[in-house]
Design a protein. Structure first.
Length: 592
């Protein structure tokens, strides 16, 4: 691998080993709940068991849970449940003991929003709240919604295409802007995406995820100034409505990229909060020292964070989501979803389901598997950043053997509950493109996509990956800064596209859609060595075999009777003796 390519990194609150250790120490020392309830997604009539750990710095004599059923925030005067002390647990990292506390919330009727907070009383009479935010000192707000909601079937079976609107197409009769920097506006429009629907339809994708289209001062749009409008350079509300209708006419769903965690510092609500000492919107933000000191997204002052558990802020954001569902959207990809509380997402999902019963929501949660799993019942799923790391480690960086990759897949798929989706991807707008880290080797991209499209959860294609789009330079600059926009280059069209790669992706998507239940079936490892991986699939009616050869040498294997070739990264046939030989860096899928 070239020294000019940045090895993958995970951004966010756990981006480094030091941050991970600090997080573990904070959990182990304080009063930690981590949204651990059982059942994780309560149905009507089910009591809910709660677990809390009193850490090494919390000499708890009592732990209480305060809850409400009317949607209001709980206080110490709300109904209370006293938890029971359980076993002591040794913590080697902190070289001390923690103690588990347990209790149960009573069963509730369908449609109930249960909100709660947890506090411990210590030997010296202090009150310690659970899961205190290390930045603000605020106690966490927990919640769950009692319902029978399930992940929409269409999302489970979707093939998703991620469009970065400003870089996709300016539309007929319009040229790209004469911009010089990837931080500038290049001129892609909603109409440009609408005109490209025949291309996307031929590709075979069933769901389109649009980057943020709301008014914003930036090219990326992740800092909205208005949740109810459309950025004028991208089009109008009517353009977006027409896009929804045109996509639906082709059987495609549409997801909007939605930011509930923060806004632009140009948002009118924030401007009022900054200038008017009695403005109601002041409570929508967390001011450390009004008017200049406020909580923002990773310290970026142009992106003030919403105090989203405040009723006014939450109502505003949820009403906007409902509005766009009414206009024709089918759901949302939720930016930095681990910023807002579980309580907010419980409200959000209930409200959006009420507005459109088969709407879908999945979040960007670049955190631990445990935290991702805790969104069961609050979201339909989370983007699979953990799988992303392994896919790139195995197929692009050669950093792990096939046996390690295969073991990760087995444990990862087993860890998450059945009613939770983990949309997979090979690259996105915040990281180096796959082809860049793979040194431009399209064989590696084909192999990685082959694996991605034979896994249970919905695959995502980042615009241009299917036609060989890479980038001009690495996102890490010589001064050590990271410029994520490097992966947001212009979509190539016509002769500039890699026709062979596009044809491969079309076949891959068609294979995926032809057997939606097979990829969700039982998976069995048949062989896993340094560079070779064979896995069998069955859904009880049909069978499949995935064969991957990452090595620089041919690999021969016997084909089970009754299977025929569905797709291969290179031209390949089953031999007369019932075997198949994969050339270097190639793979195939066979099905019954």
């Amino acid at each position: 691998m070239s020294d000019d390519v940045t090895q993958d990194f995970i951004f966010g609150t756990l981006a480094t080993d030091d941050l991970r250790l600090a997080s573990l120490r904070a959990e182990g020392r304080g009063l930690y709940h981590g949204n651990r309830i059982s059942p994780a997604d309560p149905e009507p009539g089910q009591p809910v068991h709660v677990r809390v750990d009193a850490g090494t710095d919390v000499a708890a004599t009592a732990v209480s849970l305060f809850y409400t059923l009317d949607g209001e925030s709980p206080t110490t005067t709300s109904p209370r449940i006293d938890l029971t002390a359980g076993a002591s647990v040794w913590d080697t990292l902190l070289w001390g003991y923690r103690r588990e506390w347990h209790g149960a919330l009573p069963a509730q009727a369908e449609g109930t929003l249960v909100r709660y907070q947890i506090a411990a009383t210590t030997l010296d009479g202090e009150t310690v709240w659970a899961d205190v935010d290390q930045e603000t000192g605020e106690a966490a707000s927990f919640a769950y919604h009692v319902d029978r909601e399930r992940v929409p079937v269409w999302l489970r079976e979707a093939v998703i295409y991620h469009v970065f609107v400003d870089r996709f197409s300016p539309g007929s009769g319009h040229a790209w802007n004469t911009a010089t920097s990837l931080n500038e506006i290049w001129g892609g429009t909603i109409r440009g995406v609408t005109e490209a629907l025949p291309y996307l339809d031929e590709l075979g994708v069933t769901c389109l995820w649009l980057s943020p289209v709301f008014p914003s001062p930036t090219h990326h749009g992740y800092d909205p100034t208005d949740y109810f409008g459309v950025e004028p350079r991208l089009g109008t509300v009517e353009d977006l409505r027409e896009f929804f209708a045109a996509a639906h006419a082709r059987g495609m769903r549409v997801l909007l990229d939605f930011v509930a965690n923060h806004v632009s510092d140009e948002h009118p609500a924030f401007r009022r909060a900054m200038t008017d000492p009695v403005a109601t919107e002041r409570d929508w933000f967390t001011f450390i020292e009004w008017p200049r000191g406020y909580r923002s997204f990773f310290g970026v002052s142009s992106m003030p964070r919403l105090a989203i558990d405040h009723a006014g802020a939450a109502d505003y954001v949820i009403e906007a989501a409902r509005f766009w569902l009414e206009q024709g959207a089918d759901g949302f990809r939720l930016d930095y979803a681990n910023g807002p509380s579980h309580g907010f997402w419980s409200r959000f999902r209930a409200a959006t389901r009420a507005a459109k019963p088969d709407s879908a929501t999945f979040g960007e949660v670049v955190e631990t598997a445990e935290l991702q799993r805790s969104y069961l019942g609050r979201l339909d799923g989370t983007l699979d950043f953990l799988l992303l790391q392994q896919l790139r480690s195995f197929f692009a960086f050669d950093a792990i053997p096939a046996s390690t990759f295969d073991a990760f897949l087995a444990w990862h798929l087993d860890y998450f509950p059945a009613d939770f989706v983990l949309p997979s991807f090979l690259d996105n707008h915040d990281m180096n493109r796959f082809l860049w880290v793979a040194g431009g080797d399209r064989r590696r991209l084909k192999l990685a996509a082959l694996c991605q499209f034979t896994l249970p959860h919905p695959p995502i294609i980042y615009y241009g990956t299917e036609v060989g789009l890479s980038q001009r330079r690495d996102l890490t600059y010589p001064d050590g800064s990271r410029r994520l926009e490097e992966s947001r280059t212009l979509m190539p069209w016509g002769a500039a596209q890699d026709g062979d790669l596009l044809a491969y992706y079309r076949t891959l998507v068609a294979m995926r859609r032809a057997r939606p239940t097979l990829w969700q079936g039982e998976r069995t490892t048949l062989a896993a060595d340094r560079d070779y991986l064979l896995a069998g699939l069955t859904d009880g009616r049909s069978r499949g075999l995935i064969a991957i050869n990452r090595s620089s040498s041919p690999y021969r294997f016997d084909v089970p009777v009754g299977l025929s070739l569905a797709i291969a990264t290179e031209s390949r046939d089953v031999g007369a003796d019932g075997s198949m030989t994969l050339s270097a860096m190639s793979g195939a899928v066979l099905v019954s």
